[in-house]
Design a binder for this molecule. Structure first.
Ligand SMILES: [Zn+2]
Length: 342
């Protein structure tokens, strides 16, 4: 079978379309026929390698997918060959106190498909049975492969961590990213007003269509000044941060008194400076967030199935063009998600 494989870290040139043996379903697993596989910013981190983080190599990339169950392994019940499913990107032990209290990403054994074990960008994927969930009726495979990781990330940041409330103001950094397009919609669904940053004028109209009140082109305007203007100098209650170093100090300054900043990533670098005077004098909360729980993912899937949340797909590419996808993510020349078709 075809699969997107890396054998070493590096630029897009290390991406290989490998011919691998079709996987077999071991005990507790299912094999799915992948009909669509999502790409994420995470793919580029795994490809490049992170200091101190060493994913096992070789690795099949990909955290998101949707498809059909092909084979059921021994001991698996409640699923049948031919079922339409989407893939839950995270896995954990399912038995520890964190897992049992709905904090799966805090499990010691927590991992993400395509980072800690072989992922989904292939014609077939063998997965723990717990990682396949029923694809809501009416959703295409492409949509099913586009929502899980980014909506789960954004939902946990806004709802699980920041506890966004009716009437609040939220700043979403990088509103045209996968997480950004999800965060705008989730904040609106909870009754918040959303301001968001984008990197080009053509994305401004698109984020407003998703429900953003105002879009700020961070290349031509200072988002901090704009947030102060838009809120009458009050600042926002919540900032959704994924940029890191480049924006961190101004994201903190954009918060109103008692505001919460939630970070899920650092695409521009992770050595950010924090002026602690703002943190204590304004009573700010700095919250970390990674992924989200299975319970949250099930709730999201229902809302996506009801069309109350909408996966945003920039383009669908054949698996062979995965390197183009990596370049587009690096250049930020996309709006929403790239989906691969094996
Ligand atoms: Zn656990």
């Amino acid at each position: 079978m075809k699969a997107v494989l890396i054998r070493k870290h590096g630029g897009p040139e290390v991406l290989e379309i490998a011919d691998l043996p079709k996987p077999k379903a071991e005990a507790g697993q299912v094999v799915i026929r992948v009909k669509a596989a999502g790409m994420n910013h995470l793919d580029t981190w795994v490809r490049r390698g992170l200091p101190g983080v060493t994913p096992p190599l070789p690795m099949v990339l990909g955290s998101d997918a949707a498809g059909l169950i092909e084979e059921i392994g021994p001991g698996v019940t409640g699923l049948e060959a031919g079922d339409r499913v989407f893939v839950a990107p995270g896995f954990s032990c399912g038995r520890c106190a964190e897992c049992c209290s709905g904090n799966d990403p805090l499990c010691r054994d927590y991992g993400i498909l395509g980072e800690h074990r072989n992922g989904t960008q292939a014609e077939y994927a063998a997965l723990p049975a717990a990682n396949v969930m029923s694809l809501p009726d009416g959703l295409s495979f492409e949509e099913g492969a586009a929502f899980p990781l980014v909506f789960l990330t954004a939902w946990h940041m806004l709802v699980g961590r920041a506890r966004v409330r009716l009437g609040e103001d939220v700043l979403v950094q990088a509103g045209g990213s996968g997480v950004g397009t999800a965060a705008i919609q989730i904040a609106r669904l909870h009754g918040a007003r959303v301001f968001t940053t984008v990197g080009s004028d053509d994305k401004m109209a698109r984020v407003r269509e998703l429900g953003a009140e105002a879009a700020i082109n961070y290349r031509t305007a200072d988002f901090l000044e704009e947030v102060r203007r838009l809120t009458g100098k009050r600042g926002v209650d919540v900032v959704i941060e994924s940029i890191g170093q480049q924006t961190w100090e101004r994201s903190l300054k954009a918060l109103a008194r008692g505001g919460r900043l939630v970070t899920c990533g650092a695409t521009s670098g992770y050595r950010a400076e924090t002026d602690l005077r703002f943190v204590f004098s304004k009573g700010l909360s700095l919250l970390g967030s990674t992924m989200g729980s299975r319970a949250e993912l099930l709730k999201i899937a229902r809302l996506v199935g009801e069309r109350r949340l909408k996966p945003v797909i920039d383009r669908v590419l054949p698996l062979e063009r995965v390197a183009d996808g990596h370049r587009a993510i690096a250049e930020r020349s996309l709006f929403g998600k790239i989906v691969l078709k094996p």
